[in-house]
Design a binder for this molecule. Structure first.
Ligand SMILES: *Cc1c(COP(=O)(O)O)cnc(C)c1O
Length: 425
């Protein structure tokens, strides 16, 4: 089936007016694929294979151990950190790349708890990504603090009441399932008013919107390297520590790469000055240098331009769903399409994804993949579509919406082959 008459020219005019459309040519994607999973694994920037080949062939293969100095492998964690910092509003010297998001969360939780001795409560959103919750439970057992759950809109009232007991508030800027974007400025201010520390997880915001960490006075932050930063599978994550806190922050995983004088090989730990103390042990250099190289795909693009494009893509997708009559807003009586919009319509409250619920969400995602539109499924019933502003066009968005219409209209998702769950969804 074709598109309603005006949607194709509308996509074309939005693309013609897109100031960052040329960034698409910086990426390698299979011909004809509409890739809406950059929030799980970002696409490959075209220059990265040669950069990685150089790391492997020349730096590792030829220069060997000398590369720690000659190619400054030692400085890669803070160099890449500063590059990430430019995307999240952090001046140099406050971000380190290394370890996974899970490990960085553990470091931050315990570091934050120690910065507020005497306060025994920490606050988090029960809808957080599971690893954030699991690791917080484990840190709370190690340090003996109490975890209190509150949805972000309920956090200010909780702080009014119990703020004097709260050591830190740990939240994600964008909900990984619903795509709802929370108010970092307001929630950070409420947290500070209670004398607590604000820790933000930027996994679904770094690389798609301005974050303004320094300007908002955020204390600690973490985020993922392999999602919208396009660092490649298993790319290391990042951790931010506000400059004024750095001298007092204690990394609970006090490894030798965070030592003030690692090559003295002394028996006792002494933390490095600055954010470098958040390092632990030898980083996965091939991955780290791949991420550092991948970040060049953002050269010349401001976070504001990237955000404007992101909102234009998600807004146009919702517009297409409306125009194609794909969204149910009536009673749940089985008469409609079964597809409901979970992500808020207000641009301010939206991350860079659109989440839809459907009773057969898993099979819908599989049927879309079979049509060359790649999104993912999140239990129990969410079709999750991520819109990476650097390599998607409005024409791609329309293609995805039409594919969704055709899947549902043709009952393609009812096919047996789409029902069986793969190991990774
Ligand atoms: C993707 C994601 C993670 C992933 O953590 P890893 O340690 O890289 O597996 C953690 N938290 C959030 C909010 C995420 O979106």
């Amino acid at each position: 089936m074709s598109a309603p008459d005006d949607l194709t020219p509308r996509a074309a005019s939005l693309d013609a007016a897109d100031p960052i459309a040329a960034a698409r040519s910086r990426f390698t994607l299979p011909e004809g694929l509409v890739y809406l999973d950059g929030n799980s694994l970002g696409a490959l920037p075209s220059h990265v294979p040669d950069a990685v080949a150089d790391v492997v062939r020349r730096q590792w293969g030829h220069d060997l151990i000398a590369s720690w100095n000659t190619h400054d492998w030692w400085g890669a964690q803070t160099r890449a950190g500063d590059a990430v910092g430019r995307l999240v509003g952090a001046a140099p010297g406050q971000v380190v790349v290394g370890d996974s998001t899970s490990v960085n969360l553990y470091k931050c939780y315990r570091a934050a708890a120690r910065l507020r001795p005497g306060r025994r409560v920490v606050v988090t959103d029960p809808a957080s990504f599971p690893t954030d919750l699991y690791v917080l439970e484990s840190a709370s057992r190690d340090d003996g603090f109490e975890v209190v759950h509150a949805s972000p809109p309920d956090v200010p009232a909780l702080l009014e009441e119990r703020g004097h007991e709260v050591a830190f508030v740990s939240l994600s800027q964008v909900d990984y399932r619903t795509g709802e974007r929370w108010d970092v400025a307001g929630l950070t201010a409420a947290t500070h008013a209670a004398g607590a520390l604000a820790l933000w997880d930027l996994c679904h915001s770094a690389g798609v919107m301005p974050v303004d960490l320094d300007a908002l006075g955020v204390d600690l932050a973490v985020g993922c390297g392999y999602k919208y930063l396009n660092g490649g599978p298993g790319a290391p994550a990042f951790v931010y520590v506000r400059r004024d806190l750095q001298a007092d922050v204690r990394n609970p995983l006090s490894g030798w790469h965070g030592h003030a004088a690692p090559f003295d090989f002394g028996p006792e730990y002494a933390p490095a000055p600055g954010v470098t103390r958040m390092r632990v042990g030898t980083p996965p250099l091939i991955s780290l240098l791949a991420l550092e190289s991948a970040l060049e795909a953002f050269d010349g693009l401001s976070p504001e331009q990237v955000r404007a494009k992101s909102l234009s893509l998600t807004g146009f997708f919702v517009e297409c769903l409306d125009r194609l009559g794909l969204l149910d807003d009536g009673p749940d009586d089985g008469a409609g399409t079964g597809l409901r919009l979970v992500t808020p319509r207000e641009p301010d409250r939206r991350g860079s994804q659109v989440a839809l619920t459907h009773p057969d969400a898993y099979a819908v995602v599989r049927a879309l993949v079979a049509r060359g539109v790649v999104g993912d499924f999140r239990t129990p019933d969410v079709v999750r579509l991520g819109f990476a502003p650097l390599y998607l066009s409005h024409a791609d968005v329309l293609t995805a919406a039409l594919a969704l219409r055709d899947v549902l209209a043709g009952g393609e998702h009812l096919r047996q082959e789409f029902l069986e769950r793969a190991r990774v969804t």
